[in-house]
Design a protein around this ligand. Structure first.
Ligand code: MG
Length: 159
């Protein structure tokens, strides 16, 4: 078994979509980034790559590469899953935490779990997504950005 942790932050700006866990969430601000800036999925991918000691998403999907401009992070997650399978790993479970002052994310979490279940070929029961505020403190509290943590457990495939 291998454990992995990932962390990511994106800046909140006007004129961008807010996409978290593959769900487009109505909000007056969105996340700035080269891809769709899905900060939750980025933290998840870094946790998966970290558990397998396969580097990080910046290495696999460089933000200097025009191929990844506006890229769907869920599609990139599918590529990370393919890589893990080739390297002999399966995912046991994932646990994600989103740090955001606003908007309230509770109603969107079931859809995020469904999206990850589909993209990762896992039962929904293996996928935890949680959201918290930081009580108005720091950059998430000041609504300057959204942060996310991901923790995953991998198991080596037999053979
Ligand atoms: Mg990112």
């Amino acid at each position: 078994m291998r454990i992995g942790h990932g962390y990511d932050v994106h800046r909140l700006v006007a004129g961008r979509k807010l996409i978290l866990g593959g769900v487009e969430i109505p909000h007056h601000l969105g996340l700035l980034g080269h891809s769709d800036a899905d900060v939750v999925t980025h933290a998840l991918m870094d946790a998966l790559l970290g558990a397998a000691a396969l580097g990080d998403i910046g290495q696999h999907f460089p933000d200097t590469d025009p191929a990844y401009a506006g890229a769907s992070s869920l599609a990139l997650l599918g590529r990370v899953m393919d890589l893990l399978a080739r390297e002999g790993w399966r995912v046991e479970n994932i646990d994600l935490t989103i740090l955001a002052q606003r908007p309230k994310l509770k109603d969107y979490i079931p859809q995020m779990r469904q999206n990850y279940a589909r993209a990762m070929g896992l039962p929904v029961g293996a996928i935890s997504v949680k959201a918290t505020t930081e009580e108005g403190l720091g950059f998430t509290g000041g609504e300057l950005g959204i942060a996310a943590h991901g923790v995953v457990l991998l198991e080596a495939l037999p053979g």
